[in-house]
Design a protein. Structure first.
Lengths: 176, 572
């Protein structure tokens, strides 16, 4: 099973690269990665699904927390959470299959966002496993092109974010 | 006085405010504005001959003083040449700030002349890096860079400044505070864990202190000594920790690990409590992890939480500044009334003394040729534990670590984690600038020396009385040793022939050099080098096929040491 990591990081250029770099340098394959702003415009939330063996997962989180731009990195794999992903599927269907395809979309709770003589574009939001099933089903009806958003996760229990306060310059003299 | 000034001038003002008195660098096109300000500035700029050596010299300065070393290079190739030094500082946790020029902001990404993605290239090899495109961001970036470099687990920080930012005009406002919401430094250890640690130490029968570079970074030599003496524990120092405890201290065994002493490795293996202070359980020290210290409980004190539990799960993890943690532990020990198991401890010391006697680290000598160990012993004799000794990388580094003694920290400068050849001479340059009063030996091999020959010009140009002692065995010694031991003596590309005549080479640069190859010449030649008021190059031709022992082969446990050359088999 993938490790699901949820991070809060500073919304600065290069911050995302630093996090991805921690994984890339160790040769871990990133299955999906999403990042977007939070309520605070200076802070982004990033969700990564990455293939890391269980023994190394804690070390990966610690290495991410070491990064200056990362405010908080949490391993959500085992914690109670809700996972969702969005997919847009463009499907080419012959006339006779159109109804069947619409019925399948309805079963998965999908919405048709585009319709033409060629076929449809259908949008579905569900947990990634269900999404995988939907894509397989669509694929059986005709030629498809798929755009997945990547998993988004939110923990069911709030975790207090501890931010470091400003350090006045006089105190810095103690450091050197 | 107007605070309006150019970005270049502002950068210098910021450096002065950070207490910088010395920058090692090499100018270029985009750093011209900076060098123009440096022209009549009181901050000293040391011109090296290769940017890699600017980074190594900054490291030498930082390792000697504990303060942040500064190096400077231009954009493109200048910046990329700093990379090895940055990775080296990262691996050994040395605080340096590298300032690189970058092409004008609007040219970034257009493959401009001497443009490189310095920000991207140095991202994995710095603790943090900055790209400054606007003069208004400059003061904050420099202040944060120095803070990040020096605090917590020290490390390298790079600030990439565009040419237009250096040329722009702005008002200099000294930064009064730093806000890095995501940067947490853990200084105080957990009180409960500290108490548990004290209890475990008092109850242990075979304790061993395993101390390293973290003690030196924290300036905790005094606290370490007090701890060792209060608990009367034996102690080992890693390569990075040599000098943390004075080499002459009765409790000091020696260095453990791949080329550590027999006694140190046996002590590690048989201890029932490992007190790990400012170390990271590196593979060179532990050997095969599954077989490392199998009977020991572990107390691990480190300022970097990611190191705790990385290679060995500790029984008592303590995240904090080892100086503060040790101070607290010492205070608790002073009041502690627990009776220690004296008989078991006496037996432990007896065992350690026995191991030391069985296979001591020997200064092997010969009547006819100079043994490399003999060279190190002679340097030790002249140093008396007081000289600054930098080393390059290889066999000479291991013999120097085994046989040269240090009375205090920050005398031994060596590239441990990365093992970058070419480190020895530029680090000595940095050290000599930091401590002009000290005798500085740059102990190098013929391989590493040839990587740093350009800096002979720097040594002579600034009149640095560095004593360059080249242990010359005509080979890339350590690689040759592995080829001999593990590749059936197939010596592939390790012969370093065509070594220059040292006397002529030194004379070509305008200083004194000499080659010796007889053991009776060793003492007098070294004394002559030390007496020489200026720099000296002593090329010492040593036995070519000597191997460093003990050796723990890769993949073996540290008790599976090879203690000497394979004995010839008697044919009946």
């Amino acid at each position: 099973m993938m490790q699901i990591i949820s991070l809060l990081l500073e919304n600065k250029p290069g911050a995302m690269m630093r996090v991805a770099g921690v994984l890339g340098q160790r040769g871990y394959n990133i299955e999906s990665l999403t990042v977007a702003r939070t309520l605070d415009p200076e802070v982004s939330r990033m969700t990564i699904a990455v293939d890391v063996e269980t023994a190394q997962r804690q070390q990966v989180i610690k290495q991410m927390n070491k990064l200056i731009n990362v405010l908080q990195a949490t391993d959500l794999t085992e914690l109670p959470n809700v996972v969702r992903e969005l997919v847009l599927v463009r499907i080419r269907v012959p006339q006779e299959s159109r109804q069947a395809v619409l019925k399948e979309a309805e079963i998965f709770g999908g919405r048709v966002v585009d319709s033409s003589t060629e076929g449809f574009v259908i949008e579905v939001t569900a947990d990634p496993e269900k999404l995988g099933e939907f894509i397989d089903v669509m694929g059986s009806y005709g030629e498809i092109e798929v755009a997945r958003s990547g998993a988004l996760v939110i923990a069911l229990e709030a975790k207090r974010l501890k931010l470091q306060p400003p350090v006045p310059t006089k105190k810095l003299e103690e450091v050197y | 006085m107007s605070t309006l000034m150019s970005g270049a001038k502002m950068l210098l003002e910021c450096l002065v405010r950070e207490g910088v008195d010395c920058i090692f660098g090499y100018p270029g096109g985009v750093t011209l504005p900076l060098y123009d300000v440096l022209y009549e500035h009181h901050v000293r700029h040391v011109l090296v001959r290769h940017e890699e050596n600017a980074a190594f010299a900054a490291e030498g300065y930082a390792r000697t003083t504990g303060r942040v070393g500064v190096c400077c290079a231009t954009s493109g190739p200048g910046a990329t040449n700093l990379t090895t030094g940055l990775v080296d500082a990262m691996m050994d946790s040395i605080p340096i700030v590298a300032i690189t020029g970058q092409v004008t902001s609007k040219l970034i990404g257009s493959d401009a002349f001497q443009e490189a993605d310095t920000f991207g290239i140095t991202r994995p090899c710095t603790k943090h890096n900055f790209l400054v495109k606007k003069i208004d961001d400059l003061a904050q970036a420099i202040h944060e860079a120095f803070y990040i470099a020096a605090s917590g687990r020290p490390g390298p920080v790079l600030v990439d400044v565009t040419k237009d930012a250096l040329q722009a005009q702005g008002h200099y406002q000294p930064v009064t505070s730093i806000h890095l919401p995501g940067y947490k430094v853990f200084t105080e250890g957990h009180t409960g864990q500290i108490r548990r640690a004290v209890q475990m130490v008092q109850e242990s029968e075979r304790p061993l202190v395993y101390a390293g570079g973290g003690i030196i970074a924290a300036g905790a030599a005094a606290e370490l000594r007090e701890f060792v003496e209060r608990t009367d524990s034996p102690a080992v120092n890693t390569l990075m920790g040599l000098g943390a405890l004075p080499s002459e201290h009765p409790n000091f065994i020696s260095m453990p690990g791949m080329h550590g002493s027999y006694a140190a490795n046996m002590a590690m293996t048989n201890a029932d409590l490992l007190i790990a202070l400012g170390v990271r359980f590196d593979d060179r020290v532990t050997g095969r992890l599954a077989a490392f210290a199998p009977h020991a409980k572990v107390i691990h004190v480190d300022i970097d939480p990611a190191e705790i539990g990385k290679n060995r799960a500790p029984d008592v993890p303590i995240v904090g500044d080892v100086k503060r943690v040790l101070a607290k532990i010492n205070k608790l020990l002073a009041d502690d009334k627990t009776v220690v198991p004296a008989a078991a401890r006496q037996e432990w010391w007896r065992q350690i003394r026995e191991w030391k006697e069985q296979h001591p680290l020997q200064a092997v000598t010969s009547e006819t040729e100079i043994k490399p160990q003999h060279l190190m012993a002679e340097i030790d004799r002249l140093s008396k534990g007081q000289a600054i000794v930098t080393s390059d990388v290889g066999q000479h580094q291991m013999w120097a670590a085994q046989l040269i003694r240090f009375a205090e920290p920050r005398l031994w400068l060596s590239s441990g984690g990365l093992g970058s050849m070419g480190f020895g001479l530029p680090a000595a340059i940095g050290a000599q600038f930091a401590r002009p009063d000290k005798l500085v030996f740059a102990v190098v091999g013929d391989g590493g020396f040839q990587m740093s020959i350009p800096e002979l010009a720097t040594v002579v140009g600034y009149g640095l009385p560095v004593k360059i002692i080249c242990m010359n065995n005509g080979y890339l010694g350590m690689v040759r040793q592995w080829q001999t031991l593990f590749y059936n003596d197939r010596l592939s590309s390790v012969e370093l022939d065509c070594f220059p005549d040292a006397e002529k080479l030194a004379a070509a640069y305008g200083f004194k050099g000499r080659t010796i190859d007889k053991p009776w010449e060793l003492g007098p030649a070294l004394e002559e080098a030390v007496k020489e008021p200026g720099p000296y190059l002593l090329n010492v031709k040593v036995t070519p096929f000597e191997c460093v022992y003990p050796m723990v082969p890769a993949g073996s446990a540290i008790y599976e040491m090879v203690l000497g050359p394979p004995q010839p088999v008697e044919v009946p």
